[in-house]
Design a protein around this ligand. Structure first.
Ligand code: FPP
Ligand code: MG
Length: 274
């Protein structure tokens, strides 16, 4: 009985928050809604430390687990808002230099979460979303790579929004990869131009991000989407990634809308997002 009451209350709360989000998003839709938002999900370990999530140090993933929850909520808000592309920086090539225990734990977590995303009823399935994994996937452990490849195959024909997860990724590695691919394509020609490289970037099928958000107040891009961010609005809000919530996302879009006219004017000649 008590359980029924609790589930009714949580259902009602869920309904109310959905109505609030719908109102907020319809207000935001009066301005330009970005087609592509990219996130550098920074601050998971600081969050774990601050909240003493792993005092006994047994689970190096405790912060990343809350970080994954934050990813799912923000993804849902973005998709409800009509953002077609969301790209997240989940693991850089440089992150392989972290404590091997943490790297292995993160690999295990990623496999677990990728498999979870592919189950019926997951957020990606509800939105008929497609998932990409961008990076040097050869560097991943076999179980993560296989799960990632399976997830890409399973969703390749989905017609909804797109989630791109950068793993074993750095922008310079992506550019090198694109140069190599362009050289292979154009072996008979000496000259390679920008359009060759763009065709061979992981991002070839999507527009440039209008906003890149790096949480935890950090102001570096850390080798993320360097090629694709020439006219992107960079934001570095203070909350750690697990704390980044609906209000922060709405604020980020409002800030982008405020400067959109200026960005558009200065991006006039090279705007690839038109
Ligand atoms: C950065 O915080 C976060 C990471 C290196 C990992 C993020 C990964 C996830 C949330 C899981 C994603 C999984 C899928 C399947 C998409 P940090 O470790 O740099 O924290 P700190 O800056 O406080 O040290
Ligand atoms: Mg960090």
């Amino acid at each position: 009985m008590e359980k029924d009451g609790k589930s009714m209350i949580s259902k009602a709360m869920g309904h109310v928050s959905l109505v609030i989000r719908k109102c907020l998003f319809s207000i935001l839709s009066m301005g330009p809604v970005p087609a592509h938002i990219a996130f550098i999900m920074d601050g998971n370990r600081r969050y774990a430390k601050r909240h003493a999530l792993h005092q006994d140090n047994t689970d190096p993933n405790s912060g990343h687990r809350v970080g994954f929850k934050s990813l799912i909520s923000n993804l849902q808000y973005c998709y409800e808002m009509g953002v077609k592309y969301v790209t997240v920086y989940a693991f850089s090539i440089d992150n392989f230099r972290r404590d091997p225990h943490e790297v292995q734990a993160l690999m295990d977590l990623m496999k677990e979460k990728i498999d979870e995303l592919m189950t019926e009823g997951s957020l990606l399935m509800k939105f008929d979303a497609r998932i990409n994994f961008w990076g040097n996937l050869e560097l991943l452990t076999d179980p993560v790579r296989l799960s990632a490849e399976k997830a890409m195959d399973m969703t390749v024909h989905n017609k909804g929004p797109i989630l791109s997860v950068c793993v074993a990724y750095t922008s310079t590695n992506e550019i090198t990869h694109a140069i190599e691919a362009s050289v292979r394509e154009r072996k008979e020609k000496v000259q390679i131009d920008v359009s060759d490289l763009e065709r061979n970037m992981y991002t070839a099928d999507c527009v440039e991000p209008e906003i890149i958000i790096r949480t935890s107040g950090e102001t570096r891009l850390s080798n993320f989407l360097l090629w694709q961010s020439d006219f992107t609005h960079l934001q570095n809000p203070n909350p750690l990634w697990p704390e980044f919530s609906l209000r922060h996302l709405v604020w980020a879009v409002l800030k982008y809308q405020k400067v959109h006219g200026y960005l558009k004017k200065h991006n006039g000649e090279t705007d690839k997002n038109k």
